[in-house]
Design a protein around this ligand. Structure first.
Ligand code: ZN
Length: 266
């Protein structure tokens, strides 16, 4: 189950009851950005003021008792590469990075790892024995390229076993709004080895309404996670553009868009 909190520093964020570790999913509330980026935006690449983004990021990092230069962040390239990081891989705040990694895994304590989304599914992973944590950006391309398999495998390399891994799938575009052509269901059906019943509806006009969160949850079950260790947010980013960043909503309405962040720490 997800619950909402407001940080004493401002950010409004969500947590999941299945993750007994410091973690959070941001909203677009509780920052200082302006000019269409109101108010909590964490992306510096889309025209927001760097000073505002830095202050938002500072507020965010206080949730992890961390400084802004003491975290590891993903790249967003819609691939399936998972980077296993240590404190040697920390990024300076707002640095341009090009690791090609849509997901991070770490076995190091007190090292916050963050991924960024605006409709794609943010997946936070945690091993109940504390060997490893993960933060993964799952768009449909990364999902179909089986990035979650790579993440679980990387966590196993650090000593975790799938039955002990918990997963929270945060706010993202819901099946109410994720309209696609046939390529998306076809790709998801292939990566789920045909176990895709109930994950999409075909409309009369030939388009599909796809539940990407449930597709990823089903893949995690296939990978050996237990159903009681998987938690899905029911929040659709596109249905709630005042609360969440949605790439599709902002594109459709010719608005600038920011990014949300999800993070976890051992
Ligand atoms: Zn929706």
């Amino acid at each position: 189950m997800f619950s909402e909190h407001t940080s004493s520093e401002g950010p409004v964020y969500l947590t999941s009851s299945v993750l007994p570790a410091v973690h959070a999913f941001s909203t677009r509330l509780g920052g200082i950005s302006r000019n269409g980026f109101e108010t909590f935006n964490i992306s510096v690449h889309r025209g927001d003021e760097p000073d505002a983004v830095r202050e938002n990021y500072r507020r965010w990092c206080t949730l992890f008792s961390s400084g802004v230069d003491d975290c590891c962040v993903t790249d967003q390239v819609h691939g399936n590469y998972i980077q296993t990081v240590t404190s040697k891989d920390k990024h300076a705040c707002l640095a341009n990075i090009s690791t090609g990694a849509d997901g991070l895994v770490t076995g190091e304590k007190h090292l916050p790892i963050f991924c960024f989304t605006a409709d794609c599914v943010p997946v936070l992973l945690y091993d109940l024995e504390g060997h490893a944590a993960g933060a993964v950006h799952c768009g449909w391309r990364s999902s179909a390229a089986d990035i979650l398999n790579n993440a679980v495998t990387a966590m196993q390399s650090l000593g975790a076993i799938p039955q002990n891994i918990c997963a929270a799938l945060g706010p993202s575009i819901g099946s109410c709004c994720f309209e696609t052509d046939q390529d998306v269901p076809d790709a998801l059906n292939a990566y789920l080895h045909g176990d895709s019943k109930g994950l999409w509806v075909k409309r009369e006009d030939g388009k599909y309404m796809v539940d990407l969160r449930k597709a990823n949850a089903r893949r995690l079950l296939q990978l050996g996670l237990l159903a009681e260790h998987i938690d899905l947010s029911d929040a659709c980013t596109m249905c709630h553009p005042d609360k969440f960043w949605s790439a599709r909503y902002t594109f459709r309405h010719h608005q600038v868009r920011g990014s949300m962040v999800a993070g976890i720490m051992l």
